[in-house]
Write a protein that binds this ligand. Sequence first.
Ligand SMILES: Cc1cc2nc3c(=O)[nH]c(=O)nc-3n(C[C@H](O)[C@H](O)[C@H](O)COP(=O)(O)O)c2cc1C
Length: 357
Amino acid sequence: MSTKQVRVLVLVCSTRPGALGPAVGAWLTETITPRAAELGAELVPVALADLGLPFLDEEEHPSSGVYRNEHTRRWSAIVDAADGVIVVTPEYNYGMPASLKNALDYLSREWAWKPVGFVSYGNTSAGTRSVQHAKQVVTTLRLVPLGATVALRIADAVQDGEVRPAPAAGMAAIDVLDELVRVAHALRPMREQARPESVAGPEPGSYLRRLTPDDAPEVTVLQRCCWVDEALANDPGTVPALHESVEQVREWLADWDAVGLWRDGRLLGMVRTRRVEAEWHVGRLGVSPDLRGRGLGRWLLRTAEAVADPACRRIVLSTGAGSRNNIALYRSEGYDPAPLPGEDGTIRLTKEPVRTG
Ligand SMILES: Cc1cc2nc3c(=O)[nH]c(=O)nc-3n(C[C@H](O)[C@H](O)[C@H](O)COP(=O)(O)O)c2cc1C
């Protein structure tokens, strides 16, 4: 799964037969598709009418994430995979339709830290009271409502049963998408941190997540900052992390298991691992220079060792022969005090994996 693309759920909320909602949803999707392509956003149209969600029938509170019913699990997976939502909603009796409130109530964590935009429609109020009603509910779920909005007066927007609003409405729809994509990017760190598989890091608000080839730009910048000291302590020509292009970093990110320590969208540190025959290779252990001396490198090293393949007989690291700080850290973590010379002025340090249990 890409960590950079934005996946936008276009959610048609009315469920009654002959509803106008699907036509409004189709107009919206058609209108914003070219812009979505420019923004690298993927539109995922979903109609609540097709999901067949009954009135909330789960025993546990949604925040538990314990779902007994298949329809809930399906709905959870759809929302979980999205980075933001555009709700296409009518106004029923000055409020949002019960179908939307019910669909919101079903889930909890899945909604958190995702932008939500509204495309409403109705008679005199163009559905705006429905949106105001929905906004106070969505904020409880940590959905983040956008300012940009589209409000269609049915008398103006529907002719001969077809949805054909004025061009201004199309522009407004594109504004909704633009704002949604920007907010979705801005909130990504909060979504990542809130994911169940996210591991809390040693700095407040920091978390660990796997690095993918999409992270190559951030990894390249971190490498260049981190390995300057290595270059000063050794022969700069022999420090690959200083020279690699974004493309080269992208390539190794695909080959290694690498993890990054993140906070608020910033990559603070990283390490990569992989098994080579009976050895567990650990490398590219780096921490942003302004955060050194706080134990982050040690924490990342231990994290990399903890996931060593049980079939490996030793953990192997290499560093520049002149990198005294690195060598001191590795020795303090139990690496062989009599390292072997490696290639290009590097030394190899090894350690037996610590077996637990
Ligand atoms: C139960 C119900 C309540 C409605 N209440 C409102 C309302 O409060 N304000 C409004 O502008 N239109 C109201 N309408 C008219 C709707 O805007 C119009 O029927 C619209 O097509 C409904 O969306 P749908 O066709 O997607 O269900 C209501 C319609 C229904 C069925």
